[in-house]
Design a protein around this ligand. Structure first.
Ligand code: GLN
Length: 487
């Protein structure tokens, strides 16, 4: 019973269904594991253990009674703390929402519960999803399981670190500019940012709603498929969602051998990465060459403007989205007596952390009269040019390959003094958000210091299956699933 926490979700739900162990036994092992490990990692903000055990018993009862169970039967799932779960705190890692309890479930939570997945807790993150390290949290930074002196990546750092440290097999994150893929790369797990419109955002606290998607983080590509199939599809509560006709699947070895995808290599970005990452990516490219994939180096002309365009659009949307935290509609509660309106309002707004304040100021500035045309409209133009370049590429290629992040994980605190340095690290991930395209980060190796990095694949809209096929091929050829951090 002891090492059950090492199993992947698909194996766990099969074993629970076959009666090898019960959901209650498994969830109890997971609860012990979280209690033992998370004090070193700080990935959980809220633990939902009592409910999880109770829910596991219900699932066991269903199985004993011969009832059909869902594809996530008995699998504990952690949820980033900006996705609403009824009855649980939804803090967005902010003091502003430290007492806020969600009165309803996000659509993705309803879908998970329908498939008998078990919500085991809420996970730490950068405040409101703003950051790349998970250090901007009112609950303290998330630590990287591979070296707890290093950052876990962000903003879904708790989602990646909890999976990587074998606390839970699946988590949900949100990705506005890389927040699923960056921590997936830093923690050596698989993270999928689905096509914009694939997954309902109903119940996700918006940071920048035209860019973001909820997506899964797992240790193996085999577990991405059931969770992605569960949460994707049309939702009446989010009118940007589409119906998907074919669910994704894991193909057999024979089927995979027959696939030959055309892959575009963003060589400029590969070469500008840390040399250990660049050589690890080259190893993957050589593998594809050996398998007779059609590979071609490509260059994108407009990339120089991508980070600026992203930060203008994201902060503009954030300044509008975060205006609801005004202590009237949502937000920090303080006794209004003795305050006149302005000081009451400013007291409430001062509950935001510095990074969130910075983004609200920047966003209000680029939207203000006189600067709207100078910054915001230009950023939108750059966004459509980037999208056009990508769509042109996808007339010739199936997949674009590049590193997930240009750097290895770095020490906690190392990059806090210069926000722009951190923003620039987002270049490789934001392109999928600006274009709405699906992208995945999968483990690609470790530096000589034992720090992980990922390779990123981007496909055309709604072609997640191609990402899964290539990720599967890589996972079989370069298997990092048996590498565990020592915790
Ligand atoms: N690092 C990016 C930002 O701070 C991405 C964040 C995200 O994807 N939520 O905006």
């Amino acid at each position: 019973m002891k090492e059950l926490f090492k199993l992947s979700a698909n194996v766990v739900s099969d074993k629970i269904r076959n009666g090898e162990f019960t959901a209650e036994e498994y969830v109890s092992v997971i609860v012990d594991r979280i209690n033992k490990v998370d004090k070193h990692i700080n990935s959980f903000i809220t633990k939902n253990f009592e409910y999880a055990i109770e829910r596991a018993r219900e699932i066991d009862k269903k199985i004993r009674g011969g009832e059909k169970t869902g594809i996530l039967a008995g699998v504990p799932i952690g949820v980033k703390d900006n996705i609403c779960v009824k009855g649980l705190k939804n803090t967005c890692a902010s003091k502003m929402l430290s007492e806020y309890i969600s009165p309803y479930n996000a659509t993705v939570i309803e879908q998970i519960e329908k498939q008998d997945g078990i919500i085991i807790g809420k996970l730490n993150m950068d405040e409101f999803g703003m950051g790349s390290t998970s250090e901007f949290s009112a609950y303290g930074p998330v630590r990287n399981p591979w070296n707890t002196q290093f950052v876990a990546g962000g903003s879904s750092g708790g989602s990646a670190a909890s999976v990587s440290s074998l606390q839970i097999p699946i988590s949900l994150g949100s990705d506005t500019g890389g927040s699923i893929r960056c921590p997936a790369s830093f923690c050596s797990v698989v993270g999928l940012k689905p096509t914009y419109g694939s997954v309902s955002r109903s119940g996700l606290v918006s940071y920048s709603n035209s860019l973001e998607q909820i997506g899964p983080i797992t240790r193996t590509i085999f577990d991405i498929v059931p969770i992605f199939n569960t949460i994707s599809g049309e939702d009446a509560k989010d009118n940007t969602t589409y119906t998907r006709n074919d669910p994704c699947k894991i193909k057999s070895d024979q089927e995979l051998q027959k696939i030959s995808l055309k892959v575009a290599l963003l060589s400029e970005l590969i070469d500008s990465s840390d040399f250990q990452i660049a050589s690890g990516i080259q190893e993957k490219i050589n593998f594809l060459k050996k398998h007779h994939y059609h590979l071609e180096e490509v260059k994108l002309s407009i990339l120089d403007y991508a980070v600026a365009a992203y930060y203008i659009i994201a902060t503009a949307e954030a300044s509008s989205n975060l205006s609801r935290f005004d202590n009237l509609r949502y937000g920090y509660y303080s006794n209004p007596e003795g305050y006149e309106w302005k000081s009451y309002f400013s007291k409430a707004r001062s509950m935001f952390g510095d990074e969130v304040k910075r983004r609200i100021l920047l966003g209000s500035y680029v939207l203000s009269a006189g600067y709207f045309g100078k910054y915001y409209q230009k950023a939108q133009l750059v966004r459509s040019l980037i999208r056009q370049e990508f769509l042109n590429l996808f007339t010739k290629f199936d997949i674009i390959l590049l590193p997930t992040m240009p750097v290895l994980p770095f020490r906690l605190g190392e990059k806090l003094s210069n926000p722009v340095d951190l923003y620039n690290l987002d270049l490789f991930t934001i392109i999928a958000n600006l274009t709405g395209l699906p992208a995945i980060s999968i483990p690609a190796g470790f530096s000589k210091e034992g720090l992980p990095y990922g390779v990123q694949l981007i496909a055309n809209a709604f072609e997640e299956q191609k990402l899964i096929d290539l990720a599967c091929l890589f996972e079989k050829a370069f298997d990092y699933r048996e590498c565990y951090p020592c915790l």
